[in-house]
Design a protein around this ligand. Structure first.
Ligand code: OOG
Ligand code: MG
Length: 256
């Protein structure tokens, strides 16, 4: 199956909010390379619709998330401007079909890293902001049943995200061991630790920069990076109230 054909199918499903069977069921030969080409086409289409690309996301960077969806490799996708929601706000269900939420750490760099082999210390030196975030996923595949190429082609289930307001730039060592609780309607759903994502969420930024570089792309100054879900995600239903508790900040929203 050609990238263009898959992109068209996914684009239509997004528009009509319909669900798809995983492409790999009928086309087991689908490769990761083709899947990233599908993403490129979806990105061009998003730009043509007037969207802006406000950043990138890493996915499946923690064991909890890999087990969540049964896919055991890190992936990346892009984030669109209309998906940037504000903290404390009400999240409207009209945007979603089968949403799930997960706690993450987000990063913004102050400059583009242009060295051929960026390092963790270059990422640290270039930080503008690092703090808490929530990612709101919405897979095109029924019940999030997919294999690696499928989820990449679907832009890694990306839909929306919320950034917190804490600034952890002066606590990078402590941050790795920051704990998080994910609560839904007052009940604790899951707990995790920042180190769940590659031992250090900044390593996820490094991996993203390397992966983008391989595809002739780069992370621009000011773009958001979601470093990957720390716990498994939890489904959202209208009426749900979500709280993500970090040291010093609770990121919350109502899903209506
Ligand atoms: C795939 C996207 C994974 C993460 O943070 O691990 C992801 C999915 O769970 O549908 O965003
Ligand atoms: Mg995520």
């Amino acid at each position: 199956m050609k990238a263009l054909e898959i992109a068209k199918t996914i684009g239509e499903a997004q528009k009509n909010r319909t669900l798809l069977p995983a492409f790999t069921t009928a086309h087991p030969e689908l490769t990761v390379e083709t899947a990233y080409q599908v993403q490129d086409i979806l990105m061009e289409e998003a730009l043509a619709r007037g969207e802006t690309i406000v950043g990138y996301k890493m996915g499946l960077t923690s064991r909890a998330k890999q087990q969540d969806v049964g896919v055991y490799s890190a992936i990346h996708g892009f984030l669109v401007g209309s998906g940037s929601l504000s903290k404390g706000s009400v999240v409207p269900s009209a945007r979603f079909r089968q949403p799930r939420v997960e706690p993450e750490i987000a990063v913004i760099l102050d400059r583009t890293l242009t060295e051929p082999v960026p390092t963790l210390s270059s990422v640290r030196a270039a930080l503008r902001w690092v703090g808490p975030a929530a990612e709101l996923l919405d897979s095109r595949y029924e019940n999030y049943q997919f294999k690696l190429p499928d989820v990449i082609a679907d832009n890694t289930s990306a839909n929306a995200f919320i950034l917190g307001s804490s600034q952890w730039i002066d606590q990078l060592e402590e941050m790795r061991l920051f704990g998080v609780q994910l609560k839904k309607n007052g009940q604790r759903i899951d707990t995790g630790c920042a180190a769940a994502t590659f031992g250090d969420p900044l390593l996820s930024v490094l991996e993203l920069i390397q992966e983008l570089g391989k595809r002739g792309k780069r992370l621009e100054a000011g773009q958001v990076v979601l470093t990957g879900g720390i716990t498994a995600s939890t489904p959202l239903a209208p009426g749900d109230f979500i709280e993500i508790l970090w040291p010093g900040e609770t990121l919350s929203f109502s899903y209506v």
